[in-house]
Design a protein around this ligand. Structure first.
Ligand code: HEM
Length: 234
């Protein structure tokens, strides 16, 4: 279930391509590369099967590396709820869809650098589960990380695309400040609770939000270019 969901998501990413009319089209490669969707799907599957961390890297790519770098405004792990909502509502998302986007943190890992502040600067309003806190302090023992190599899973099932992330948040097992914020704020707590209890509903909202994320603010026509070689500009 997890892998097929990520495959679907990556295929969606692959087929939103620019057109000359400055709009996006599903069939942009209809003539120049008619089997692009199945080719991408087959190649992605090979990568996913050979590298367990790759689904997280691909999902992460769309937001952290594409959307955000384009804005030159990289949000940190302690970003406020207002700023978070500003980022996603500017992509045409509802508050519920904005919260679902953080559900991408169901996959992957975080490094001590991004956890240390929450762990050592202490916010009495933001209590973690004690066992979870002890585990994190064992993994990240110093305020300034000694290396950049230590990482911990963002939720307790880091290779499955599921709703465990939201369940963990409600148990005080949020890794980053913003993850904890959406579980505690009265505006977003009911949404987190619903996603934690109804995985199908989370998938439904996430899918619609992900399409909005990947299809808005894309550079079209003369603003961007379709690369002939994907690793360098034309
Ligand atoms: C403003 C909102 C967000 C903030 C503040 C945020 C913050 C972070 C941070 C601090 C990390 C850990 C980086 C590290 O320590 O290596 C991370 C990882 C990740 N983020 Fe986000 N994130 C946000 C939104 C998103 C969105 C919208 C997506 C995808 C749709 C996403 C997908 C991921 C994934 C998959 C990882 C794990 C990457 C891996 O294991 O390789 N994040 N995020």
């Amino acid at each position: 279930m997890g892998t097929s969901f990520v495959l679907l998501v990556v295929t969606i990413m692959g087929i939103f391509i620019r057109t000359h009319e400055a709009q996006l089209a599903y069939d942009y490669y209809k003539f120049s590369c008619p089997f692009v969707e199945s080719t991408v799907r087959t190649e992605m599957l090979k990568i996913f099967l050979s590298d367990i961390s790759s689904p997280a890297a691909f999902v992460r790519l769309l937001f952290h590396d594409c959307q955000v770098q384009a804005d030159a405004n990289i949000p940190g792990p302690g970003i406020s709820l207002n700023k978070l909502l500003h980022i996603f509502t500017s992509h045409g998302m509802t508050i519920e869809e904005s919260v679902s986007m953080l559900g991408a943190h169901t996959l992957g890992v975080g490094h001590c650098l991004n956890i240390a502040s929450r762990l050592y600067d202490g916010n009495p309003d933001d209590q973690m589960n004690l066992g979870f806190e002890a585990h994190l302090k064992w993994k990240c023992p110093t305020r300034v990380p000694l290396t950049n190599l230590t990482f911990v899973p963002i939720d307790s099932t880091p290779i499955a695309f599921d709703n465990q992330y939201f369940k963990d948040l409600l148990m005080g097992k949020a890794l980053f400040g913003i993850d904890s914020t959406i579980a505690r704020d009265p505006l977003t707590n009911p949404i987190v609770t619903r996603f934690a209890t109804d995985q199908d509903y989370f998938f439904k909202v996430f899918s619609s939000a992900f399409v909005k994320l990947s299809s808005t603010k894309v550079l079209t026509a003369k603003e961007g270019e379709v690369r002939r070689q994907c690793y360098r500009r034309n």
